[in-house]
Design a protein around this ligand. Sequence first.
Ligand SMILES: C[S@@+](CC[C@H](N)C(=O)[O-])C[C@H]1O[C@@H](n2cnc3c(N)ncnc32)[C@H](O)[C@@H]1O
Length: 377
Amino acid sequence: MSTAAIELDRSAAQAREGGEGGAPALTRRKRGAGSDPARRRRSRGGAGPGARRGQAARAAGEAGTHTPVLAAELLELLDPRAGRCAIDCTFGDGGHARMVAERLGAGGTLVAIDRDPLAEERFSSLAGETDCSLRFIRAGYAEALELLLAEGLRADIAYFDLGMSSMQVDTRERGFSYSYDAPLDMRMDPTQPFSARELLADWDERRIAHALREYGEERYSRQIARAIVQRREHTPLLSTQELVETIASAIPAPARFGAGHPAKRTFQALRIAVNEELDQLERALPSAWALLREGGVLAAISFHSLEDRRVKGFIGELARGCVCPPDLPVCVCGREPQATVLTRRSITASAAELDRNPRAASARLRAARKLTGAPQA
Ligand SMILES: C[S@@+](CC[C@H](N)C(=O)[O-])C[C@H]1O[C@@H](n2cnc3c(N)ncnc32)[C@H](O)[C@@H]1O
């Protein structure tokens, strides 16, 4: 567990609401507005005039808001009911969490996790909008879920909405985007000492090439790694645009003008490496599953094939029964499926959602339900 982990319970959040110096302004939910998430989002800057405020904030380099992806589809699979316990492993701007919390009602509990202090700030506004019990854990979700397991928590729902939030990518100085010139950073947890700058300064050429190939599926990984190492021998790489220039100089001219931005895969790879995203996911999935009660649902929205493959593989393994060789007349392994897969194929965004939110283009949602009789943690 990171030393930066902070836990906020509902009363702490409400105490903040009472006017602690410097605390963010909190939004109180108006009676009657609760059943319309779109209306609440508008009041928070998600659409209409609020969206224009959001755009202005983004233009000024501040964090805007995040539009939740595959929200209706996720809600249908999770089917949150009154009084249940849900774990949102990637709180972000709380778009999904708000919808879930509303269904959990006064007797329900929502545990929210995120490693980004900005998400924790956004979480504090949720206390004023929902009746359910709330708790926030600021930590990597792998560590947070292990903590919850150690505490003996049992949940009915656990879900992940992987990758970055719009607030992160649109805050220029966090260095997630190749579209803005900013310091090379890419940390989801800004208190973590290791950023993209350290990675590019310290890792050797082979290790950089390996990361670009594994996490970015970058065809020119060796050439880009070589160009990075050659450049840093005389000038340290400090900014996103210096990195973009270095990438462009390393790849053949036709690839520079092909599909997508030439720096896209490298930026994805560095972000995954800096935040140890795949390692976190591999550790977190078994813990999230173990936390579920019988009948509980695990769901994950992935944004690239590296994540989706892990989620699909994990769920597929749980749903597998007997693994005896087919020529054995009777089962000797005794293995029983632990899960029903709820998404035979991954669910993707509708054309209407893509029109509203192009960032949903690569999203894939998968889910599984824990079977009765499956082993409990
Ligand atoms: C796509 S956003 C989630 C958006 C959210 N569902 C919403 O509707 O507003 C992903 C969030 O997960 C967080 N995150 C990513 N990897 C994490 C990890 N390993 N541990 C904790 N939080 C993580 C990021 O900081 C980011 O805020």
